[in-house]
Design a binder for this molecule. Structure first.
Ligand code: ARG
Length: 466
């Protein structure tokens, strides 16, 4: 049976879309969350229309009041979203038309193509602020753990083999750096989003005398000096999805970072390491094995990082080979973006909560870091200070390590007589290379894990995070 033609675009149709087509093509089930930005965009657009005299000031005010009332209804959960109106834009416009006669003029010199591009840019600006705040909160939780355990040393690992001693705070400081770059990445995305596409129309602008700069200013698309930023090409403006990809890439990168932190915590919480105790609140038990305390929160972060990468891939594939300009394929750009936003926020919150409740098993850390093999490189440096070329020194210490292994004793339990037979430059003070505190104090350069440097970095972070 033929359905009634669609209200906003049905003029040239004799029949409306099939029920199945409505179900297939709707986006309101996921783009309804753009409502605040759609209302903001429409207010800016109608302010511009009044400014250039296309609508009257009274019509503008009626439109603004109507939009405010609709948004209030939406936020109170009292608005009825209708699939038959496809998307957030048409749902709001239809509701407005019922209240305000002037609503019929709102869509003058505008297309849903530049409308959705505008909504999304407003959304990205807010989403980046949101995520940057969560990153900041996660950094604070990590810094608090570092400060509370500033004197704890642990082995640092390469190839997951004990490498050299580091302060736990130095290891955690690496996380702070990773997250700081993430925050900077979102600030860049936010800046890239800060261009106003309104006035680009469906593809080729409009013949009506609009003022794009006015719209841009009204919506806050301005540079640091308050000058309007308007997109310079109407075709690019309605088909460009770079910001979506950049946003998803930034989320995927945070995800990768969080997955590495999660993996460290999973290892550290295992019986084999037992460097830390994760909070009960972010762990789960086993339905079968009563003794288990599983780090599910961290495992889920590791898992969700795959999902964030998938979203990025979805967006890249969506845009690849797509002819200019707008194609309906692009409606599929929103679910991966929203999912990346939501999951990134969740992961950051869970990470912050987990770090906030984590305690350090100092005894286990102390035992692990007491392994003198961690300072084998320091013994090589000792030989370098005595004038031995590093390559030779490396070889000599290797032979000392082998000797200790053969005798089944820790390297610092070999006698001076034994090591001197390996190399004459190994004087009686060779053993001081294994003095952990002295060894750490020698690491004085910027970025190194010496106590003075770590203290300096902690102070820097404290200042940075306020
Ligand atoms: N819901 C659509 C989207 O998100 C809005 C743009 C529709 N434009 C069109 N020409 N059908 O892409």
């Amino acid at each position: 049976m033929a359905k009634k033609a669609q209200a906003t675009w049905g003029g040239r149709f004799s029949a409306g879309p099939a029920e199945l087509m409505l179900k297939f093509s709707e986006s309101v089930s996921f783009d309804a969350r753009l409502a605040p930005f759609d209302v903001q965009g429409s207010k800016g657009h109608s302010a511009m229309l009044a400014h250039v005299g296309i609508i009257t000031a009274q019509e503008r005010d009626a439109i603004h009041a109507g939009l405010d009332a609709i948004l209030a209804e939406i936020q109170a959960g009292k608005f009825t979203w209708r699939t038959q109106f496809e998307d957030v834009h048409m749902n709001i416009e239809q509701a407005l038309t019922k209240r305000v006669p002037a609503a019929a003029k709102l869509h003058t010199a505008r297309s849903r193509n530049d409308q959705v591009a505008t909504d999304m840019r407003l959304y990205f600006k807010a989403a980046c602020t949101d995520i940057i705040q969560r990153i900041d909160a996660a950094q604070r939780a990590i810094l608090a753990l570092a400060e509370a355990n500033a004197d704890v040393l642990i082995p640092g690992y390469t190839h997951l083999q004990r490498a050299q001693p580091v302060y736990l705070a130095h290891h955690l400081g690496a996380y702070l750096e990773m997250l700081q770059r993430d925050a900077e990445r979102f600030a860049v995305v936010q800046d890239h989003a800060n261009w106003c596409p309104l006035g680009s129309g469906a593809i080729a602008g409009t013949t009506l005398p609009i003022d794009r700069e006015f719209s841009a200013k009204a919506l806050g698309f301005v540079d640091a000096k308050g000058r309007p930023r308007v997109t310079p090409n109407s075709m690019d403006a309605v088909s460009d999805r770079d910001t979506y990809i950049e946003f998803a890439a930034a989320c995927a990168t945070v995800g990768v970072h969080l997955s590495r932190m999660a993996e460290d915590l999973i290892l550290w919480a295992s019986q084999e390491f037992k460097f830390v105790e994760l909070p009960d609140a972010f762990c789960t038990g086993s339905s079968l094995m009563p003794q288990k305390k599983n780090p599910d929160s961290m495992e889920l972060i590791r898992g969700k990082s795959a999902r964030l990468q998938g979203n990025l891939h979805t967006l890249l594939t969506l845009v690849k080979g797509l002819p200019l300009t707008y194609n309906r394929d692009l409606q599929e750009d929103k679910p991966p973006v929203f999912d990346s936003h939501d999951q990134t926020v969740l992961c950051l919150e869970v990470l912050a909560g987990t770090f906030a409740g984590t305690t350090v098993h100092r005894d286990r850390c102390a035992t692990a870091v007491a392994d003198p093999a961690l300072l084998a490189t320091d013994l090589a440096d000792y030989l370098v200070r005595a004038g031995v070329p590093f390559r030779e020194a490396h070889h000599v210490v290797g032979a000392v390590v082998r000797l200790a292994e053969k005798k089944r004793v820790p390297i610092d339990r070999l006698s001076h007589a034994e090591v001197q037979r390996v190399h004459p430059k190994l004087a009686p003070d060779w053993i001081e290379s294994f003095h952990l505190d002295k060894a750490m104090a020698r690491r004085t350069g910027t970025g190194m894990p010496g106590p003075a440097q770590v203290k300096r970095q902690l102070a820097r972070w404290k200042k940075l995070l306020g």
